[in-house]
Write a protein that binds this ligand. Sequence first.
Ligand code: SAM
Length: 232
Amino acid sequence: LYVDHPLGEGQSVPLERDQAHYLFGVMRLGVGSAVSVFNGQDGEWRAEVSQAGKRGGELMCIAQTKPLQIPPDLWLLFAPIKKARTDFIVEKATEMGAARIIPVQTDFTNYERIRQDRLQAHAVEAAEQCGGTYVPEVTDLQKLGRLLDDWPSDRNLMFCDEAEVGSAKTLGQATGDKWAILIGPEGGFSPAERDRLKAHSQTYVVALGPRILRADTAAVAAMTIWQQALGD
Ligand code: SAM
């Protein structure tokens, strides 16, 4: 269970209404039941239900069961697509261990706004589901051009583009362990974006096989390829 509260030995953790509903109504737990909790910062803890009510409750932290597992410093930049597919990308990127998820607005992105709070909640659920102790930050929509203007000098960029010939083998030639993966929208990247991205000295162009993948498939494939080449 994800809680937005510090965790530590003997620490009591208040439960909100929806958490109480889930634990006591859906899971049928009661006072004394064991619950696994994490908050994205203090690792995973075994806790016990100390108060159970319809509108709330309380847990008591007993012992840490996992330390915080910080993922590799990998950002996923993607252009938002249809709602359900964007949700899918956030979920899968969380499961695959992205440290930060950045929805980007590109020349051919069809969406001007995203529900950052919804996407962040999806990341929390995905971390809960896969037993992770870390929740990636999902940022608000950012303009790709602006991101490139301020691109950190120590971060490599794996630019996924079906129009290019590029092998994942080149990733191993990069120095430094900070990375970002960039996936485009349904319409791909504009010629101007392609030129700019390719001119960037930290860019590694990678093709994800001979077929054009949908953006959500491409995000998962790209993260898998990156993990295989550089992840731990
Ligand atoms: N521009 C394409 C078109 O309309 O034919 C489709 C873009 S594709 C649906 C969405 C994004 O997924 C691309 O911008 C790229 O980042 C990534 N992608 C899909 N297939 C890929 C491949 N074979 N190699 C590299 N990237 C790929």
